[in-house]
Design a protein around this ligand. Structure first.
Ligand code: TYM
Length: 325
């Protein structure tokens, strides 16, 4: 029996990765490496949707690789690669797009939320489905916000399989729990994101004093009680989630520990936990970006391994669809 396949991707956008990317996704990526055959990639094609400056996209893709390794993704155990280095992704995206309904794609919240956008934004989830199905992934560790895309992926796999014969494995569980959806510190009704930025976003590479300052100025309610209540106390609930995931302690245990203590002590401890989490990441990152040759080697080897799997899948797909060899 071969080990289960795991695949996930992250976009090299913004000023780096933020706490939500780590707690909702990359932390799980790192934890899954021993028991699974893992493929992790930088979704640079998905990033082109924002039309970043070419030089910036290049720099960010390298830096993002260093960040992933600094957060515990180990290229000795996992295949780490850049999406655009494996041309088959775009090709499979086209074919799956032909099986996707216009209405179905219109219902994807990411597209609906933006109101308007490019055809690239519209077909974003179809390319994501291609990423996943290409590697015959069993599990796809992603944050809760990506759940809809995984459901579309399953639907497309089923549709392809029933029309052309069994070709794709249906990806199973997604890992992150609802409780790991990290919110913006300044507006805890929104998810923390690379695109919002500002004082509500905790960057993995923020200096300790910056992390501490942002956490201490996180928006809370006027009360004093450290209690989990997303409706009435979204800010405190978010900080409880962060402390819980960062320390591995359950929320009720934390609520009991802070009973009668007020927000000051609590926020100080959240800051300490996040600093403890990210200070070593920042150190490793600094060493890794100083060695671009090593990063290129990792990505070259990763692309070669990823391509083996992708070529194999696409040979099957082309045959099934009726494309001439
Ligand atoms: P991206 O780069 O936006 O986010 C990367 C991962 O971080 C998770 N995440 C969060 N989790 C909890 N709380 C938050 N505030 C938070 N913000 C982000 C996301 O759920 C995601 O898992 N579409 C993907 C990239 C992608 C992909 C794929 C993923 C492209 N192809 C194939 C898996 C499989 C995305 O938006 O990543």
């Amino acid at each position: 029996m071969s080990a289960p396949r795991v695949l996930s991707g992250i976009r090299p956008t913004g000023a780096g990765f933020q706490l939500g990317n780590y707690l909702g996704a990359v932390k799980h990526w790192a934890a899954m490496q021993d028991e699974n055959e893992c493929f992790y990639f930088l979704a640079d094609l998905h990033t082109v949707i924002d039309l970043p400056e070419p030089a910036q996209l290049r720099t960010r893709t390298r830096e993002a690789t260093a960040e992933l390794l600094a957060m515990g993704v180990d290229p000795q155990r996992s295949t780490v690669f850049v999406q655009s280095h494996v041309r088959e992704h775009a090709e499979l995206g086209w074919i799956l797009g032909c099986l996707t309904g216009f209405g179905e794609a219109s219902r994807m919240t990411q597209f609906k939320d933006k109101g308007a956008g490019s055809v690239g934004l519209f077909t974003y989830p179809v390319l994501q489905a291609a990423d996943i199905l290409m590697y015959q992934a069993d599990a796809v560790p992603i944050g809760e916000d990506q759940r809809q895309h995984l459901e579309l992926t399953r639907d497309l796999a089923q549709r392809f399989n029933s029309r052309y014969g069994d070709t794709f494995r249906l990806p199973g569980q997604y890992v992150a729990k609802a409780g790991e959806r990290i919110k913006d510190l300044q507006d805890p009704t929104k998810k923390m994101s690379k695109s919002i930025g500002g004082n509500g976003t905790l960057w993995v590479l923020d200096e300790p004093k910056v992390l501490t300052k942002k956490i201490k100025s996180a928006v809370t309610d006027l009360g004093r009680e450290v209690a989990y209540d997303v409706e009435g106390k979204p800010g405190i609930s978010n900080l409880l989630t962060i402390l819980s995931v960062a320390t591995g302690k359950a929320v009720p245990e934390l609520e009991a520990a802070y009973a009668g203590k007020g927000y000051g002590d609590f926020k100080g401890d959240v800051a300490e936990a996040v600093v403890e989490l990210f200070a070593p990441v920042r150190e490793r990152f600094t060493a890794l970006v100083a060695d671009p040759g090593y990063l290129d080697e990792v990505l070259l080897a990763g692309a070669a391994r990823a391509r083996e799997v992708a070529v194999d899948t696409m040979d099957k797909v082309r045959d099934r669809v009726g494309l001439l060899r």
